[in-house]
Design a protein around this ligand. Structure first.
Ligand code: ACM
Length: 539
């Protein structure tokens, strides 16, 4: 044989050897967000191919809720993995749900060996979050529905559990309305970062977005507007239930908000009887054409639509018994279709409600939420009222209000506008968004700590969690939602999940670059922050 042919054969053999060689870099180098509590490396890898089976152990029905998403993810890559029965077999992925294990709520233990993956947890959410970690241990091509023969997972162990029980995002569907499909897409994207609450801001001055059967004009009139005077929209109760169920399948709980007693013009333009006599700022007022909507009864006290973004001009009539009947009906209907523990009553920026009226209003609304078996959430101003220990104040503006809530025995949800508001512009060149609180670049969104957001510092036990709100005065479609949310939401998710000692911007800024490649495959319109080297080496 000629020397050149021998060389060719050798080099082909060599190339094919490398083509088959899996990536076996240490597990601790994979760009997992949020960063896990502990990662222990081991040598080798687990191969996922058509010979692998998923086996459920312990509380099998609950474990299946976490295993099914992994099965579907692998099927996306052309790997149809069946369920098997024998946990002692080789080449198995075991989901073990056992409440008596020593693993904290929502936590998991993930052990990857050469012939076995073992995921353990004390609840189904822990197992589901382990699946989100596994997703990030798989190559980025998994996000592109590319069919493959096999996939590799690095050997090693992860012990992980969240720092905070509540890790949330808020979507304002009132200033601009977003479809059920858009909300589902948001749920898909945030669930990858172990977010477990989605707060929906369902009513504001510009629009009412949820069907309330006992007050039908809220949707017949109040929903048909948004910022700029567009057509708006609303969710029927069936559609809302569909969102709730979809979120639950990804271990996300919906927190519905009806903002009261301010931010209520969409109720006041539906029912004048709720209006103590407020008017809409003239330059943003748009008449309601009741005739066009087939409503023949006149209503002189009903307000026009508000098409602008000014806040603080509206209030419910806090003296009227009809108002409390309204609040009772709305919360009753909402509680009936909301399996989660919280109903959010807003309470922010009620600038035209006198404090002596505001306080009893909040206390009555809180009592109604309690009567229907739910816990109250409200923006930090609600701390002026007497709060129940089960109520949660959402700290967005004033540390003093947050402290007032804590002194009453309530917990706070930490959402400082200057750090977590996703509608704040990244910098002065950002085309959408506002900047009344701050410009928030990615490192600003990352480099802070919930315990240190007040000059007096909060105690750990006073903090329920962290939420990143996306207000939609300037955000009009899904592309814009994605642009403002990514990459900042993963930064907030890491603050909420990962212990402070494990967090560093240096590490996060490298890991997030790999997520940019995944978002490209998923078609996510993310902001390419100049603080990140997006072309950096990724897995
Ligand atoms: C708020 O940003 N008004 C809670």
């Amino acid at each position: 044989m000629k020397k050149s042919n021998i060389l060719l054969i050798w080099s082909l053999a060599f190339a094919s050897l490398f083509a088959c060689a899996p990536k076996t870099e240490p597990m601790s180098t994979y760009p997992i967000i949020p960063a896990p509590v502990t990662i222990t490396d081991a040598s080798g890898h687990f191969t996922i191919n058509k010979d692998v089976q998923i086996v459920l152990v312990g509380e099998k029905d609950a474990a299946a809720k976490a295993a099914e998403p992994l099965r579907l993810l692998l099927a996306q890559a052309g790997l149809e993995i069946p369920f098997g029965e024998d946990p002692n077999a080789q080449d198995v992925i075991i989901f073990e749900l056992n409440p008596s294990l020593d693993i904290p709520a929502e936590g998991y233990q993930l052990d990857i060996e050469k012939r076995k993956v073992h995921i353990k947890g004390t609840d189904a959410s822990g197992l589901y979050f382990a699946v989100q970690t596994i997703r990030q241990l798989l190559p980025e091509s998994i996000e592109g529905n590319t069919a493959v023969e096999k996939l590799y997972l690095p050997a090693g162990s992860i012990q992980d559990n969240p720092e905070y029980a509540y890790r949330g995002m808020m979507l304002d569907v009132a200033r601009h309305f977003f479809s059920v499909e858009d909300v589902k897409r948001v749920i898909d994207l945030i669930s990858k970062y172990k977010i477990n609450y989605l707060h929906l801001h369902l009513s504001d001055d510009q629009g009412w977005r949820i069907e309330i059967k006992s007050w039908p004009l809220l949707t017949r009139i109040g929903s048909r507007n948004e910022v700029g005077g567009g057509k708006g929209g609303f969710y029927t109760q069936e559609q809302y239930k569909e969102i709730v169920a979809y979120a639950a399948s990804k271990f996300i709980t919906i927190v519905p908000e009806i903002d009261m007693p301010g931010h209520t013009n969409s109720a006041l333009n539906s029912y004048g009887i709720l209006n103590p006599g407020i008017t809409v700022p003239e330059k943003t007022a748009k008449p309601v054409d009741r005739g066009d909507l087939g409503i023949t009864e006149p209503d002189d006290k009903a307000t026009p639509y508000h098409t602008g973004i000014e806040v603080g001009f509206s209030t419910l009539d806090t003296d009227s018994p009809t108002t409390y009947q309204f609040v009772d009906d709305v919360i009753r209907e909402l509680a009936e279709i909301t399996p989660g523990p919280y109903i959010h009553i807003g309470g922010d920026e009620s600038h035209v409600t006198a404090l002596e009226d505001y306080i009893p209003f909040i206390e009555k609304a809180q009592a109604i939420v309690t009567k229907y078996g739910k816990k109250t959430m409200g923006w930090d101003e609600v701390a002026h009222a007497k709060l129940l220990p089960t109520s949660v104040a959402q700290f967005w503006a004033k540390g003093q209000n947050a402290r007032m809530a804590i002194e009453q025995g309530s917990q706070i949800l930490v959402s400082p506008a200057v750090k977590t508001y996703l509608d704040m512009q990244y910098d002065s060149t950002t085309q959408i968004g506002l900047h009344w609180a701050a410009y928030i670049e990615l490192d600003d969104a990352y480099n802070w700590d919930p315990l240190a957001m007040d000059s007096l510092a909060f105690e750990r036990k006073s903090i329920l969690g962290v939420e990143a709100p996306l207000w939609s005065e300037t955000v009009t479609n899904l592309e814009e939602i994605e642009f403002m949310t990514f990459p900042r939401l993963p930064a907030i998710a890491e603050i909420a999940w990962t212990p402070t000692a494990n967090r560093s911007w240096e590490s996060f800024s490298k890991r997030i670059a790999a997520h940019g490649k995944r978002w490209e495959l998923m078609g996510v319109n993310y902001y390419k922050s100049p603080r990140v080297n997006w072309d950096g080496e990724a897995k």
